[in-house]
Design a binder for this molecule. Sequence first.
Ligand SMILES: [Zn+2]
Length: 484
Amino acid sequence: MRVLLIVLALLAGAFLPQTQSVPIPERLFPETGWRVRGRLLEYWNSNGALPVFGLPLGPQRTATTPEGRFAAQQFERERLELHPEQNAPYDVQLGRLGDELLRRQGRDWRAEGRGETMAGRCRRFATTEREVCGPFLRYWQAVGLELGDAGVSERESTALFGLPLTAPRYETNSSGDRVLTQWFERARFELHPNNPAAFQVLLGRLGAELVGEQAPLPPLAIQPEPAAVLQGHTLRINAAVAGATAVRGSLGAAPLAFFADSDGGWRALGGVPVLTPVGTLPLRVEADLPDGRTAVQEVGVRVVDARYRAENINLPQAVRDMLVRNKEAIAAERQLVNAIWPQATAERLWSGRFILPAEGRRSSSFGTNRSYNGGPVDSFHEGLDIANAVGTPVVAPARGRVMLAEPDLLVRGGAVILDHGQSVHTGFWHMSAVLVKPGELVEQGQIIGRIGAKGMVTGPHLHWDVRIGMVNVQPDEWLERGWP
Ligand SMILES: [Zn+2]
């Protein structure tokens, strides 16, 4: 009985043990194609983010400097260095990019003169015998790392920018502007007096100057076909990007598995979950490039109302008691089948259209929205039910490999799952006989079992699932058209 099957599946989901591990936080910056993760991301976020550090310009990697070897990552304005032997916040330190760039230019700041006079209050730094004045001093005092002091303390400003090395003088910056400039151990201040007040002091892109400008990311073109998809239906996603080594993506919350085409493009199949609200579903694709960068693109897929029927099912107390009594076995069975759906093998075993796996009366269609005992609509009929006499042959709808062949599961009875490749699976429940073995390759039309009334059912029928990854899709669509 399909009603019971769905309820059981739902309950089992709720009872699954929570075993997921906490992922290391990671952020991909689509502007430059590099990722920042873990402690460095946390540090970047909590100490000024984009205006202070800029975008990442490379991966986290081992750096060798006069101070030693450590993991480091280059940003537009800073180099963040990991020193795990120190306690936070000193486990992340900033590279002395100002000093390094001056040395690279052959400038000995100690030998330089007094430079320009800047109006306003000044502060003298005895260690380097330099003064910081006016707008530069105001900026230096207003910005710093977060070391836990009230406001911005002197040690917090020093930790971020370091001490002044040069006197202010006019220099031509990387944008070609001639501006009043002062170098610090870890920064270069530039005065832009014509800017709005908040942007008169800008920080030089020392990191970018140190590592050089990067080539722009190659364009990543993604095209969903069709661009508007009915709830519960299948779509194909084509992706094109020069030189990609791997492509992955997601449609809403569901991951997409991409496979290389013979013509150099990449392709994935996806499904729009039945209960997706009408509107736009984000389609995001990431392509790894040979230089370590990742190109990202996001478009919207329009979700169209499939007008599935809705039904409310009243479960008697005895059934609810039975579900609770068997919750562990039900959860174990669901885990068994749910471990199979996400597996994506690259080889596409099917070609053209699927065929109906059994003859008989369609006793329940795909997608019917369901609520239980007057509750919210939170489930739906996941497949197509075909009712017929016990013993009616069940055939493979397409070529595929047997991933599961169980003669008598508690809920699903005689059960088979076929892997057709490229994340497409089909499932067959309630069979009285299972005639294939795990690992076996079956051809389209080959008998894999017989219709039965095993598992939690009220009468003999075949329940047929078509899944792309974890997403159940409308089986009829796979009979009507071939997905190349
Ligand atoms: Zn069913």
